[in-house]
Structure formats: structure tokens, C-alpha cells
Design a binder for this molecule. Structure first.
Ligand code: FPP
Length: 216
């Protein structure tokens, strides 16, 4: 969800204004995804590196997490969406940690969809943690057992990763899981991302030839 800061700058507003607009876009695109029959939707909301942003911006993002985890996300749960949080939660304020814990532990029977939020997440950090956890458990891993040490355990690898905001890089997102993901980069700034563009991207995805390294 890249481009919130630039979107705000264009409007001569603080970066937090862009993040607020970004989260509104997120809620609407999320609904579109589930309506379109996409079962798993994952977003990169806060990287391990984002802790180094100016304190005023970090605080604004924490306020958004607080509001959404304590209020708005209950509406998703009512719609039978299971919510998972991926990342190192240790640095988040206690009230946010507690709200995340409550949301993650809400059991949902026969979920309509799964919404994964990467927060305090870094792909390298996830891999290193998984290696250390496997060593501690005294287990020699294979691809299947290694995956069970990742935050994403039980969730299929992403079929498609969309990055908004014009940069063409992965920036530490799902490094292990993206091995065969299709990538799509758009210049659209995240707050301007629309259902129409999502559908265009899905149509583009549908005509791609996914061979997973094999010959068809
Ligand atoms: C990157 O754009 C975006 C982020 C670092 C934050 C994204 C977070 C949200 C949209 C809020 C998520 C909230 C919840 C509750 C899940 P940028 O700020 O780096 O944009 P720029 O590249 O234009 O500066």
C-alpha cells in the first residue's frame, strides 16, 4: 500500500492524512476482494524499518491501528472474515498488542475470507526467526516443515502481489513465500487505488502463464 505520503504531499497535507485515506481505501478494496471471491488478502501495513520514521508519523499510524483493531475490524469479523497479524508485535504499545490478541483469537466458523496484516513485519526477520525456532526445536527442516515456522503457516503462498506507488521492488515482503508469486506494479498511489484497477489487474493475472519452473 505504497504512496500514501506522496498522495498527502500533493494535497499539501501531513503524511498522516495520506495514511488515513489509505486505510479507507484498504477497507473498500478488501470488501471488493472478498466480493470477487478472493479468499486470502494480505497487506503490508508496517515494516520493521517503518519504526525508524519520524515519531509523529509512527504515532499517527499507531492511532490508526488502535482505532481499527478496537472498533472497525469487528465489522469484518461480523462478516465472517478471519484476521491474522504477521510480524514482531513486541514493540507495539500494550493496548494495541491486546487488541491484536483479541482479534486474532476470535474463532470464526467457516470464514468467508482471511485478511492478513503484516505489521512490524520484515521478510528477512521472519526467515531468521524461523531458522532459530527450528534449531531450538532440534529439527532439520524441509520446505514443508520450514513453512510451518513462518508467520504465514497454514496460508497458501500469494498468487499475486500488487505494489502501488510506482516502485518496482519487494521491500522485504514475504521473501520466502513470493518465490512463484506473480508481481504487478502500478504507479497509482495507494489512496487512489480503485475496484476498476483491481479488476484490470486480475484480468491481466488471468492471462499469465504460470509454469512454476516446469514446461507445460
Ligand atoms: C507506505 O506509503 C505505507 C505505509 C508505510 C503505511 C501503510 C499503512 C496504512 C495504509 C494503514 C494501515 C492501517 C491498518 C489499520 C491496517 P508511504 O507512506 O511510504 O508513501 P510514500 O512512498 O508516498 O511516502
Amino acid at each position: 500500500m505504497d504512496g500514501n505520503g506522496r498522495w498527502a504531499k500533493k494535497r499539501v497535507q501531513p503524511r498522516s492524512f495520506g495514511h488515513k485515506a489509505g486505510v479507507r481505501t484498504l477497507m473498500s478494496i478488501l470488501e471488493d476482494c472478498f466480493d470477487l471471491g478472493i479468499k486470502y488478502v494480505s497487506v503490508y501495513a508496517f515494516s520493521t524499518e517503518n519504526w525508524n520514521r519520524p515519531q509523529v508519523e509512527v504515532d499517527a499510524l499507531m492511532d490508526l491501528f488502535r482505532t481499527y483493531f478496537t472498533k472497525q475490524f469487528s465489522k469484518l469479523i461480523e462478516k465472517k472474515i478471519k484476521i491474522n497479524v504477521w510480524g514482531d508485535k513486541s514493540k507495539f504499545p500494550d493496548d494495541i498488542k491486546n487488541a491484536i490478541h483479541e482479534i486474532e483469537n476470535t474463532a470464526i466458523n467457516d470464514p468467508k475470507g482471511v485478511f492478513n496484516i503484516a505489521m512490524g513485519y520484515g521478510g528477512r526477520n521472519e526467515i531468521i526467526k524461523a531458522v532459530n525456532d527450528a534449531i531450538k526445536a532440534g529439527i532439520e527442516v524441509d520446505e514443508k516443515t520450514f513453512a510451518s515456522y513462518l508467520y504465514t503457516t497454514g496460508i497458501p503462498d500469494p498468487d499475486l502481489i500488487i505494489r502501488t506507488g510506482g516502485e518496482m521492488r519487494i521491500s522485504n515482503f514475504l521473501l520466502y513465500q513470493c518465490a512463484y508469486s506473480e508481481l504487478y506494479f502500478t504507479k497509482t498511489l495507494w489512496p487512489d487505488f480503485s475496484k476498476e484497477e483491481l479488476i484490470e489487474i486480475l484480468e491481466n493475472y488471468n492471462i499469465r502463464d504460470r509454469r512454476f519452473g516446469k514446461v507445460k
